[in-house]
Design a protein around this ligand. Structure first.
Ligand code: FES
Length: 166
């Protein structure tokens, strides 16, 4: 029973029969065993469950898995490996952008999405040689405001994102 859904997750294709009430977060965690994405509030308020869907960040706790048939989903497990960290992961390590670490997968997925959104929003005449315009720290905070950190590692998170953008 259930509705057949095909998801591309971190480059691999998965076909699942899902109860229509299952969220993308639960499908990832319980269905595929990808427990990197965290369930903090399960109500769209904390951002711990953030993943990238077709390159855009979403709160996976708010989205039904059956809505994502054919979508490409990237979770923290798909961003980098221990030997080969994604630049945002490396920057979080370098800047101590975490304390307990619970919000970190969501923070990093969100940061990847935020940096991408910013770069894609730049006008095409912005020259690489001149260097792209940067976000202020307040603008980074605003773009990351959907991701809560109860240890309040915010200054280091902003520093990590700033480093990647520069
Ligand atoms: Fe999804 Fe908190 S668990 S926003």
């Amino acid at each position: 029973p259930g509705i057949e859904v095909t998801l591309m997750v971190n480059g691999s294709q998965f076909r699942m029969a899902l109860d229509p009430r299952v969220t993308l977060l639960d499908a990832l965690r319980d269905g595929l065993g990808l427990t990197g994405s965290k369930k903090g509030c399960d109500q769209g308020q904390c951002g711990a469950c953030t993943v990238l869907v077709n390159g855009r960040r979403i709160n996976s706790c708010l989205s039904l898995a059956i809505m994502h048939d054919g979508d490409e989903v990237t979770t923290i497990e798909g961003l980098g490996t221990v030997e080969d960290l994604h630049p945002v992961q490396a920057a979080f390590v370098a800047h101590d952008g975490l304390q307990c670490g619970y919000c970190t997968p969501g923070q990093i997925c969100s940061a990847v999405g935020a940096i991408d959104e910013f770069r894609q929003g730049l006008p095409s005449h912005v020259s690489r040689e001149l260097g792209p315009p940067l976000l202020t720290d307040d603008e980074i905070r605003e773009r990351m405001s959907g991701n809560i950190c109860r240890c309040a590692a915010y200054p280091n998170i902003v520093a990590a994102i700033r480093e990647v953008m520069e």
